[in-house]
Design a protein around this ligand. Structure first.
Ligand SMILES: *[C@@H]1O[C@H](CO)[C@@H](O)[C@H](O)[C@H]1NC(C)=O
Ligand SMILES: *[C@@H]1O[C@H](CO)[C@@H](O)[C@H](O)[C@H]1NC(C)=O
Ligand SMILES: *[C@@H]1O[C@H](CO)[C@@H](O)[C@H](O)[C@H]1NC(C)=O
Ligand SMILES: *[C@@H]1O[C@H](CO)[C@@H](O)[C@H](O)[C@H]1NC(C)=O
Ligand SMILES: *[C@@H]1O[C@H](CO)[C@@H](O)[C@H](O)[C@H]1NC(C)=O
Length: 422
């Protein structure tokens, strides 16, 4: 595999979307996701590869006022200019699309669009959100290619620049979707070609320097059926991070359910839940879990979380805390469908940071396509003026955890998320 230390002079940063009206100041991380996408498009010289669940960068019904989708529109206009500048745009998007307007317009400019029928292969969807530019820069994270993800939904992602070795590896994951959506759309190739073999993994992480601090970095992917040779499995990665933690595990996920959700009948799926319980109760690790409350929150989630919280009572008094993050909305904002929610999906421990795209329930790891990225700077020397990504993520998490938008989950209350239907 490629060893990147030489070819990479990388810059890595957490990027966020902060819904309008939430927090007074701009993102803690400095850059918004909208700005990082626009920046990537300005940097692009030869190719842009995007894997997406869906595309709705413009608001066709103008939900709010005319400027509500302005960030999304800017991104869309830039995407439209690429082909005329000689930059090849390839898009792998989940099939079937509910709205084909954006991708059809982009295809008309010369972009190549593949609607990937993953359902036929794994029974799931493409839920991944990633960008690779010139096989040198990339973005991955929770934000969809949706105008709301840039201004009305809380999102966390990672922008990495000048890092060919890792960007090429992200491109290989894109290559898997591209291949599934290709000639025999909806079927797996007889074998995964060597050009899609993982360049980084839990066993063989890339040794890079992020913002000057040495880091071991690797990508993970779900589900295993579409992992090319050597690719680390997303679920195994999450479990290994939980068991590697020594002091704390902070998790920000939209949905957390020890269930398979999209199978009939649904079944119990204790894999992550048991490991978290063991971390807190067997090893004494501090666990903080932050989930989201909105209209579409599954009511069962809060019941399971209350069962987790019971462990914090005597006699064990395990160090587990759960909070619920609610994005406040004005009456106008309430009208925007599928918005005003914390959609971020990441985990930070005292040792590593993991940025993902999946909710934490079984189908996201066994059927649905998603990606994760692990940055491990444990034991690295941090010089004055430098900061690990782990520390940036910890600050980000604690800002939300301590904010007035987070409320404690009570063990007894049955109505902890008044917004969700019961
Ligand atoms: C931009 O792309 C052209 C053609 O693909 C290539 O010759 C040139 O070296 C590239 N420039 C940079 C800065 O990567
Ligand atoms: C792949 O298959 C899906 C579902 O059958 C279809 O909607 C889509 O258009 C196909 N994609 C391509 C690139 O042909
Ligand atoms: C990336 O590398 C180029 C060329 O070495 C440099 O000009 C540019 O400033 C770098 N970008 C970042 C964000 O570090
Ligand atoms: C992080 O790096 C340390 C030191 O190299 C290693 O012992 C540990 O297993 C790594 N953790 C993860 C989750 O990869
Ligand atoms: C999981 O995440 C997606 C978007 O990332 C969201 O729309 C969905 O409602 C979530 N929950 C479930 C139960 O799938």
């Amino acid at each position: 595999p490629l060893r990147g230390s030489k070819s990479c002079r990388e810059k890595m940063q957490l990027v966020e979307s902060i819904p309008a009206g939430l927090y007074e100041s701009s993102p803690l991380s400095g850059w918004s996701i909208a700005n990082s996408w626009l920046h990537l498009l300005n940097e692009a010289n030869s190719s842009v590869h995007i894997a997406a669940f869906y595309f709705t960068l413009r608001d066709s019904d103008l939900q709010l006022d005319e400027s509500s989708d302005s960030e999304g529109r800017k991104v869309f206009e830039k995407l439209k200019e690429l082909e005329s500048k000689g930059i090849n745009l390839q898009i792998a998007v989940n099939a079937p699309q509910t709205s084909t307007q954006d991708t059809a317009e982009l295809a008309a400019t010369g972009a190549e669009v593949r609607e990937v029928d993953l359902k036929a292969v794994t029974g799931g969807i493409i839920h991944t959100k990633l960008w690779v530019v010139d096989q040198k820069h990339f973005y991955l994270g929770s934000a969809n290619m949706d105008w709301r993800s840039l201004s009305e939904v809380k999102e966390v992602g990672l922008l990495v620049q000048n890092c060919s070795c890792l960007a090429q590896d992200v491109h290989r994951i894109f290559g898997v979707y591209w291949s599934v959506g290709g000639l025999n759309n909806g079927s797996l190739p007889p074998y995964w070609p060597a050009r899609l073999t993982a360049l980084s993994s839990a066993e063989n992480p890339l040794h890079l320097k992020f913002n000057g601090v040495p880091a071991q970095v690797y990508l993970s992917s779900a589900p295993p059926q579409i992992s090319a040779r050597g690719r680390s499995d997303d679920l195994s990665t999450i479990l290994s991070i939980i068991s590697d933690a020594q002091k704390f595990i902070y998790i920000s996920v939209m949905d957390y359910l020890p269930l398979s959700q999209f199978t009939q009948p649904i079944r119990f799926w204790p894999t992550i839940d048991s490991n978290l319980r063991a971390a807190a109760c067997t090893r004494g690790v501090e666990v903080k879990l932050m989930v989201s409350c909105w209209k579409h929150s599954p009511a069962a989630m809060f019941t399971f979380l209350q069962s987790l919280l019971v462990l914090s009572r005597p006699p064990l008094k395990c160090n587990i805390e759960v909070k619920i993050f609610t994005v406040p909305s004005t009456a106008e904002q309430m009208k925007i469908p599928f918005a005003r929610v914390n959609h971020a999906k990441y985990m930070v421990t005292d040792r590593v940071v993991y940025i993902g795209t999946s909710n934490w329930s079984e189908n996201y790891f066994t059927n649905t396509a998603g990606v994760g990225l692990v940055v491990n700077q444990t034991d690295s020397v941090v010089e004055k003026g430098q900061q690990t990504l782990q520390r940036q993520a910890e600050d980000l998490f604690l800002r939300d955890w301590r904010s007035s938008y987070s409320s404690w989950l009570s063990v007894d209350d049955v109505d902890v998320c008044p917004l969700s239907p019961h």
